[in-house]
Design a protein around this ligand. Structure first.
Ligand code: GLA
Length: 407
């Protein structure tokens, strides 16, 4: 394990334990979490691994972190001097988790943590939430604390929002800490109620392909905050607590601003699409034989419809994502859409097994999931035609949430 070898290299000796937290993809419900709506993410097989030990023999309580993905020295922080703004760069995420845990009353020992990740950074697959959740599990386990998962979700989110200063919703940390293999997680972002929805395409003759478009636009952070503000403004003008409270699109007549009307339409219809997908999956005979091709076709149609909504109404898509969706659907995918916050990152395609065959085009990634051959090739060809960096492909397999691997 590469996190363990990094630990040995940097800290000497063996770690007390190794913890893994997955990245996530989201089947449906984008920009709905901070509007108190519904999301339906699943955990990926790819994740962040943390090899960690207590360091009781040092003076004071120090948290020392290093990462295989971040060249440079280890970063050392004093647990007694943590405050938002004091730590910048990647180390703000693990340090923020320590800060948020202590702020919630959980006393931590000093620790050394070596990090490794196979979630591509900047691909919109929540590598930062995975880093937070792996750190949270490692630190609480080292402290001998048994903190409920639901509480760890809010602690990890607080680290991201308040310590790292990134104003995200609660979806990513929930997915990393609460998902189950072969399921997607239905999360009501108002009540924080969750339920597991059977979702195992590979068992039912379909596949999920992630297309990392390898594009990241400068706009990403500012536009995310702007969308949040627009949604809040729309809710205020409509006289409702949040866009979750809208029960009929016809009730938006008083909203005269065309931009706000489009934003509201996206959030409203995406919430509906989450519930439609859940109903389709729950109505299927599972786990075996699972949903029929017709059901996947219907889910695919909703995915592509969601992409159009994110592109035209919420205006967070980007050219590489639009081209990937078009090429994937043209090559036989049931449907596809951009996932995550937008302005860069990945597209998720639901692909029939009938189109099976390993990808052969340049840019085919290490994965070789069912039904991905023609779709990979079509997307790769489309990117080449535009002169864009070749996309990267990953198999998306609904996997288990964060866990201890050893120790
Ligand atoms: C990012 C945020 C999430 C969510 C998505 C959009 O991934 O971290 O909280 O808002 O964007 O659905």
């Amino acid at each position: 394990m590469r996190a363990v070898s990094l630990f040995r290299e940097r800290f000497g000796g063996e770690p007390d334990g190794v913890w893994l937290a997955p990245g996530r993809a989201n089947l449906m419900g984008e920009h709905t979490d901070y509007n108190e709506g519904f999301v339906l993410p699943f955990a990926l097989g790819q994740g962040v691994t943390a090899a960690a030990s207590r360091n009781p023999d040092r003076a004071g309580r120090r948290l020392t972190v290093c990462s295989r993905q971040e060249p440079g020295d280890t970063v050392e922080v004093d647990l007694d001097g943590l405050a938002p703004g004091r730590v910048t760069g990647w180390a703000a995420y693990p340090a923020g988790v320590a800060w948020a845990l202590e702020a919630a009353g959980h006393r931590l020992p000093g620790a050394c943590i070596a990090i490794d990740s196979d979630v591509p950074a900047g691909a919109g697959l929540s590598s930062s939430a995975a880093l937070e959740c792996a750190t949270a599990l490692a630190l609480t386990s080292l402290a001998g604390l048994d903190v409920p998962r639901a509480e760890l979700v809010t602690i990890a989110r607080r680290a991201e929002n308040e310590f790292a200063g990134v104003p995200t919703g609660i979806m990513d940390q929930s997915a990393s800490l609460l998902c189950r293999a072969g399921h997607a997680l239905l999360l009501d972002c108002r009540t924080l109620e969750t339920s597991q929805v059977p979702f195992d395409p590979a068992a039912g003759g379909a596949g999920l392909l992630l297309i990392n478009t390898r594009a990241r636009h400068e706009l990403a952070d500012g536009e995310y905050g702007r969308r949040r503000a627009e949604c809040e403004e729309a809710a205020r003008r409509l006289g409702i607590r949040s866009l979750r409270d809208l029960t009929d699109l016809a009730d938006t007549g008083s909203l005269t601003d065309p931009v706000l009307r489009r934003r509201v339409r996206h959030v409203f219809t995406d919430n509906q699409r989450v519930l439609e997908v859940v109903a389709l999956l729950r109505a299927s005979p599972g786990p075996s034989p699972g949903p029929s091709a017709d059901t996947y076709r219907e889910i695919g149609r909703l995915l592509t419809q969601a992409h159009a909504s994110l592109r035209d109404d919420f205006e967070v898509s980007w050219p590489e994502a639009d081209a990937a969706v078009e090429a994937a659907v043209g090559a036989g995918a049931y449907g596809a859409r951009m996932i995550g916050g937008g302005f860069g990152g990945s597209v998720l395609a639901l692909v029939p097994a009938a189109a099976a065959g390993p990808g052969s085009g340049p840019g085919s990634g290490p994965g070789s999931g069912p039904g991905s051959g023609p779709v990979r090739d079509a997307v790769t060809a489309a990117f080449a035609r535009h002169g864009w960096t070749a996309p990267e492909f990953l198999d998306a397999v609904p996997s288990d949430s964060a866990r201890q691997l050893s120790g």
